[in-house]
Design a protein around this ligand. Structure first.
Ligand SMILES: *Cc1c(COP(=O)(O)O)cnc(C)c1O
Length: 410
């Protein structure tokens, strides 16, 4: 722990020196299998040679010029995203939250330019996560994120998905857009059924609202499709991406139809760093790899192996793991004991997992993980279950004993 760093994170004790493929190494040479990819960020693992090469090459040519000028790498990336999605216009950012901010502004401006300045409210869902800026915490609506940061930004209506029908009774003339993650990530890998997403599309059409998909976590090949919306066959008007797009280099994007983006005229939005040549070169290399013939198919193949084996672990260790959720390589395992115990025990098995709400551990391996490492990760998950079952009394009161266990395997 470092005293100079604002203590907003609950960090593990680990620190890594280098990474290669699906493995991370500490300074003493201990290797950990990375089943988290940061948080769905290292889509091609660590130090992928093609990404290193792209970054190295660009770093010797040009770092930054600003959006006052045309940026070749940015144009290439925008064209690629347009060619491979429903989108027609792209704005580049440096993060997920900034991409969602852009989407919110775009939706409001669309209606404003049509003379509907009062049509500015955004519908969002309970359990969602859209980032940590003032607008995106207001969008999520969760008190844990908004407490102490008031006054809360107005204009968000947080609904429970089961209450969707009540929209008909609400003041829909004031609703500008619906913002939704096709699969909730931080919320605990909760999938919306495609019929629900279809219903949202129909409601948006009925009440002249824009449909915004937040694919910051589920996009860029995570589900086995380049974008999750393709799998569910529901086409949004605006989509946000970030995490996996740069494979570890910070970059995000807001992608929209020509119509939805029509209000965003000159001077209406901007970013100093967004779409910078370094970030765009790396993102171009990421997308080149992910869209290679057979790549996304291999994600699905590996996800089936993962799913089948996780299902087996749930059968064998029902006191540890209780349920699998998710799609492709965006998987969540609901735990029977505190998810933090599982994550801690996984550290001692040299396996990195990521927690999520609803007592879930997330399994988000690099998309190019080898079949061998998938099998090894499953073995490690099994050892975690065995270790915790052995500890017998693995409930809260047994925590000290469980901690002792942690030091056994070194
Ligand atoms: C992580 C995440 C964000 C926020 O991204 P940052 O890069 O941390 O700002 C937004 N939406 C979703 C769905 C996310 O998973």
């Amino acid at each position: 722990m470092n005293n100079s760093i604002l203590p907003t994170y609950n960090r593990s004790k680990l620190s890594f020196k280098r990474g290669q493929g699906s493995w991370l190494e500490t300074s003493d040479g201990t290797r950990y299998l990375d089943f988290g990819s940061g948080i769905a960020v290292n889509s091609l693992g660590h130090c992928h040679p093609k990404l290193v090469k792209a970054l190295e090459k660009q770093s010797k040519m040009l770092w930054h010029t600003s959006n006052l000028h045309n940026i070749e790498q940015q144009e290439k990336l925008a064209d690629f995203l347009v060619k491979n999605s429903f989108g027609e216009k792209v704005f580049f950012t440096n993060s997920g939250a900034e991409s969602v901010e852009c989407a919110i502004k775009m939706a409001r401006k669309y209606h404003y330019e049509k003379g509907n300045s009062k049509k500015n409210k955004i519908i969002t869902f309970k359990g969602s996560f859209h980032g940590r800026t003032l607008a995106t915490i207001a969008a999520t609506g969760d008190k844990k994120l908004t407490n102490g940061f008031g006054p809360k930004l107005q204009g968000f209506v947080t609904m429970s998905p089961v209450d969707l029908e009540t929209i008909h009774k609400m003041e829909t003339a004031r609703f500008a857009a619906v913002l939704v993650e096709p699969i909730q990530g931080e919320g605990g890998i909760r999938c919306f059924h495609h019929s629900f997403l279809n219903e949202l599309r129909a409601l948006c059409d009925q009440y002249d609202m824009l449909l915004i998909f937040d694919e910051v976590q589920c996009g860029i090949g995570r589900t086995g499709a380049l974008f999750a919306y393709e799998k569910y066959n529901v086409i949004p008007d605006i989509m946000t991406v970030a995490k996996g797009l740069g494979g570890g280099f910070p970059i995000g994007a807001c992608i929209a139809t020509k119509k939805a983006s029509s209000g965003m005229d000159k001077g209406s939005h901007g970013s100093t760093f967004g779409g910078n040549p370094l970030a765009c070169s790396v993102a171009n290399a990421v997308l080149t790899e992910i869209t290679k013939a057979g790549f996304l198919n291999s994600v699905i193949q590996k996800s089936i192996i993962l799913w089948q084996n996780l299902a087996r672990l749930i059968d064998q260790y029902p006191h540890i793991y209780t349920e699998i959720r998710g799609d492709g390589m965006m998987l969540g395992v609901k735990c029977a004991i505190k998810n933090s115990y599982i994550i801690e025990t996984a550290y001692s098995e040299r396996l990195l997992l990521v927690p999520a709400a609803d007592n879930v551990v997330r399994i988000l391996p690099p998309l190019n993980i080898t079949m061998k490492d998938v099998a090894l990760g499953i073995k490690k998950l099994e050892r975690v279950a065995i270790a915790l079952e052995e500890a017998k009394d693995y409930h809260d009161k047994a925590f000290p004993r469980y901690q002792r266990y942690q030091h056994r395997r070194t």
